[in-house]
Write a protein that binds this ligand. Structure first.
Ligand code: FMN
Length: 244
């Protein structure tokens, strides 16, 4: 499952909503791997209202309950300001915050962490370097969002990232079952990340296996600042859908 921000955390404390998100992620525990919504390592790094953090003990404890709920299945307010450049001290502090965030994620029993980065400059040069350096550090996977359907964008993932990586390369954006399987068969990716289909279908794995129709995503409720459970855990599961 691709990382998808759902904005159901407490707007002030940034503590994830244990009740809502335990159910949301648990229902998706059949996915090979779940990348959670973007989670900030400090109050300065939050990008939207209602996104969760992992810098405080309270946040870490809430995440721990959510991770436990998912693992259980598997075993059987900061004001948003205009962006500005960080000072050198702030950069050092941010590096430290990432370390603490990773430690907190371990405490919360997450299986791993994804460090997110945006790139839009010389993609080929930057990602050749990134892939080679991460390869030397024995990284578990690289997950890249890249719209292969857009013919105006040169395809970077397979030729630049996967070619330089012995670990897993996960391709993402606008894939469906057929295009995803084809990408893997063609050797262009090791796995596929699904975002929007995973939001609206907790049982996406099952639906793909039996060739069932998918639920339509409700875009208006993706970032659910005031809607709580609506658009989060109320998409019908396959059995319920068939009964209708
Ligand atoms: C509601 C929503 C929230 C998202 N939040 C994040 C996020 O927090 N971090 C991230 O890296 N990508 C985020 N994405 C991007 C998805 O991970 C994914 O790259 C995108 O949906 C394309 O894949 P898809 O075509 O399978 O949906 C988000 C996408 C959606 C629709």
């Amino acid at each position: 499952m691709a990382p998808c921000t759902r904005c159901r955390a407490d707007p002030v404390t940034r503590v994830p909503n244990v009740e809502l998100m335990s159910r949301y992620y648990s229902e998706r525990s059949e996915f090979g791997m779940i990348l959670t919504e973007a989670t900030s390592v400090n109050a300065m790094g939050v990008g939207y209202p209602g996104t969760p953090g992992i810098w405080s003990d309270e946040q870490t404890k809430a995440w721990s309950s959510i991770v436990d709920a998912v693992h259980e299945q598997v075993r059987p307010q900061v004001e948003l300001g205009a962006p500005r450049a960080l000072t050198l001290e702030e950069i050092a502090q941010t590096v430290e915050d990432y370390r603490i965030g990773a430690e907190n994620a371990k405490k919360a029993s997450f299986d791993g962490i994804e460090v997110h980065e945006y790139g839009d400059s010389d993609m080929k040069m930057v990602y050749t370097h990134v892939a080679q350096e991460l390869e030397r550090r024995n990284i578990a996977f690289i997950f890249a969002r890249e719209n292969w359907l857009d013919e105006n964008i040169p395809e970077i993932g397979p030729s630049v990232i996967k070619a330089n990586l012995s670990g897993v390369f996960i391709a993402n954006e606008k894939f469906n079952l057929e295009t995803g399987e084809k990408a893997i068969q063609d050797g262009k990716a090791d796995a596929i990340g699904y975002g929007i289909p995973a939001i609206s279908n907790a049982d996406l794995v099952k639906r793909y296996m039996v060739g069932a129709e998918l639920n339509k995503p409700n875009f208006a409720l993706f970032m659910g600042y005031d809607v709580g459970n609506e658009g989060l855990n109320d998409y019908p599961l396959l059995l319920t859908a068939e009964a209708h």
